[in-house]
Every structure is written in C-alpha cells, then in structure tokens.
Design a protein around this ligand. Structure first.
Ligand code: GCU
Ligand code: CA
Length: 391
C-alpha cells in the first residue's frame, strides 16, 4: 500500500484511539444491473504491438528508412508520419492500428451491443487540421472496401483548426471543438457506441482537457452497423490534398487504452448497516436508503466502513457505493481493496435524503476480499447506504 505521510499519520492516530469496531453478520442481496465490463487494457510497455488485431505500418512499404512508424515508446503508442510516407493509394498517407487483441482473442463488437473506449491522446501542434481528410480514429467493419462507420478527424472549418467526430456515411456531426487549445497536451477521450443498424445506433464522444470537459456530445438514432462487426482504428490516415499548408512530419501518441462492454451483470449488494464500522453508527433518520438504514460515520479522518466479499474467481470488479452527502463539500474517501488504495471523491448530493452512486473498477482475488472505505479528511465519510459488487 502506498501511504502518504499524511494518510499514515491518520491511520496511526486512528489505531491509537482504538475505536470500537461494530461487526454484524454479513447478508447479501443479488441484483441485476447494467455494468461496464473491462475487456481490454493493454500496456504499451508490456504488450507492445500485440495490443492490436492488425497493424498497418507503412503497408505500401513506401519509406523503409522510417520503419517502424508505429511502436511502443515507454507507456505510449507512437505513430510517426513523414511527408514521404504513402499509402497504397498514393494520394494519401496511413499509419494505423486496428482492433483489440486480448490473450483470449480479438474483441468482437457485435450488432446490438454497446461498447466504451477510453484513452489519452497527445496531438502535437505538428499534426494539424487539414482541408481534406485527416482521420485519427475510426470505427470500421473489418475488410477493405467499406467506408468508415464513425471518424474522429482534424478538419479546417472556415480556416480554423478543429477536431470533430462524425457518423461517416450519414455525414452526421456528433461534436466539434477547436483543436489549437488541445495541441501539445494530453487530452482524455471517452467514446461510447451502441451498435445498431438503420436508426438504432447511438454515439457519444467526450473530450476532456486538464479536468475540463470540452465536448460531451451524443447522437442517437444513427446507423452504426454495416455488417459482420465493428472494429476501432487509431493512427494517422490523411489525404495529401490539403491546401492550407498544414502537412508536415508529425506524430500522435496514445496511452491508457481501455475497452469496456456494457453487460447485464449479476451484482451483490452489501448493505452498509451490515458492515464493520469504525467510528460511526447505523442510522435511519434520512429517507431513501435500502435495507434497514445507512451508516453515518463520525466526522473525523480515519472513520471507516469495511465490507468483506468472497469472490468465486480473481478478476476485475465494479464497486458501486450508494451514498448521500447533504453538505456542500466533497467528501474524499480512500477505498482500500485488499490494501490497495483508490481515492474516491463523494460530491454533494444536495440533501441527506438524496442518494447517488460512485463506481470504481478494481481487481479482486479469488476467495476473501476486504473493501475498506476510510475518510481522509475531518468531514468523515458521506453517509453510506450500500456497496454493490459486480463481477
Ligand atoms: C448530519 C446528518 C448526518 C450526517 C452528518 C455529517 O448530522 O444528519 O446523517 O452524517 O450531518 O455531516 O456527516
Ligand atoms: Ca457523518
């Protein structure tokens, strides 16, 4: 466990005070809920180019001296584009990777399913928006000869550099924002696609920069299925037809690539009132809780609620905390799963009787797991209603 000096002090202080522990018999209810299941999380440093299904690195062999154009660089995947690089169609350039490779095979994004991608991306100012196409992310049906399904592009609009996301065939703009403020920094992308034919698909495209959400745009009723399955692509695929003088040697960096599938998961609900409580009490004076009450911890750092959970197998799980915070200040909590800590903020919910949920994805071990939520500031924990575990 990585404890900061301040957290260590808190824990030592809490131990010194030797708070009374209140343990109750564990009871659990089974619930069904939609959940994002982590399906792919390659690490450039470990997995290298095995992260992807196919690699189109100078597939026309136009520039051997520049190969590889796509390679892991520390924790990042790097895509280099040189002015001399040519795709098989020589009016354009392409350095791209396709799909999601896992030890169990390639991910299959199928009609009717909903998928989410998250990743961080660094677009240097040398990778400019153009008057003809520059795509840096696409979804496609495998094989050649079909148009993209959706595209993220760097496009000149009235001369200005923009980044946009479109449903390609229907030419429906999902979202667009100025590119220049996003150059030369890491930005975070969240992308969701409900795969559906005709008008049954939907797309959500979110761009965040330095903690600020720059775009959060959704298009429903769109066509996101051509046939077979859907595959994401990343890299630089651009036309040489630009007339704005924007083409030059450039690159693109990606990291923290994740793919999640929306699944109907079976969850286990563990009521907080049945958990082990250190410096707190079970109460029921604010409505809307599930079970017989909720836990109100003392308003001190170090107060905690601890749950035990027996997992059938090791693997990633989604922990959802239902809570209320009737103050105006966020309550930060250290969630330790078998000792490994994730800091989770619990923002104000507006009232003590207004309950909301916060989720994190954590690894669980087979057999006994301990999940402890400890207040890290003098406000204590929010009121906890339950912890739900989706595996
Ligand atoms: C109020 C509220 C409690 C809550 C407490 C707090 O006293 O009734 O349920 O736990 O504020 O600030 O933590
Ligand atoms: Ca309290």
């Amino acid at each position: 466990m990585d404890l900061s000096r301040r957290q260590l002090g808190t824990l030592v202080g809490a131990a010194f005070l030797a708070p009374q522990l209140t343990a109750r018999p564990a009871t659990a209810a089974t619930v069904a809920a939609p959940a994002w299941k982590l399906m792919w999380s390659p690490a450039a440093r470990v997995d290298g180019m095995r992260a992807f299904e196919t690699i189109e690195d100078d597939r026309a062999d136009s520039h051997p001296a520049g190969q590889p154009h796509i390679f892991p660089e520390g924790d990042n995947f790097r895509f280099n584009m040189h002015m001399v690089d040519r795709d098989t169609s020589t009016d354009r350039q392409r350095q791209e990777v396709t799909g999601n490779r896992t030890p169990a095979g390639f991910l299959q994004w199928l009609n009717g399913e909903t998928w989410r991608l998250t990743y961080s991306m660094y677009i240097p100012s040398t990778l400019k928006a153009t008057t003809s196409f520059t795509h840096i992310m696409q979804t496609k049906m495998p094989g050649t000869g079909t148009d993209p399904i959706t595209v993220t592009s760097l496009r000149r609009v009235d001369g200005a550099q923009t980044i946009e996301h479109k449903v390609f065939e229907q030419d429906i703009l999902v979202g667009r924002t100025a590119l220049t403020p996003l150059h030369n920094k890491w930005i975070d992308i969240e992308y969701e696609m409900k795969i559906g034919d005709g008008s049954t698909g939907s797309v959500r495209w979110v761009v965040r920069s330095g903690g600020t959400t720059v775009v959060d745009a959704t298009r429903t009723g769109v066509d996101t299925f051509l046939g077979d399955r859907v595959r994401p692509k990343w890299g630089i695929y651009r036309s040489l037809g630009d007339v704005s003088g924007s083409l030059q040697d450039c690159h693109l960096l990606l990291t923290n690539l994740r793919a999640y599938k929306l699944v109907q998961a079976t969850g286990t609900r563990l009521e907080a009132e049945n958990a082990t409580i250190s410096q707190g009490a079970v109460e029921s004076n604010h409505a809307g809780y599930s079970g017989t009450g909720f836990v109100n911890t003392d308003n001190v750092a170090g107060a905690y609620v601890q749950w035990g959970f027996a997992a059938a197998a090791a693997g990633s799980a989604t922990l959802t905390f239902r809570y209320a915070n009737g103050t105006t200040a966020t309550r930060p909590v250290a969630v330790a799963v078998n000792g490994a800590t994730t800091n989770v903020d619990f923002p104000a919910t507006g009232a003590w009787s207004t309950w909301q949920s916060r989720s994190i994805t954590v690894p669980l071990v087979a057999g006994a797991n301990t999940i402890r939520a400890t207040a890290t500031t003098a406000g204590g924990c929010p009121n906890f209603d339950y912890l739900e575990i989706l595996v």
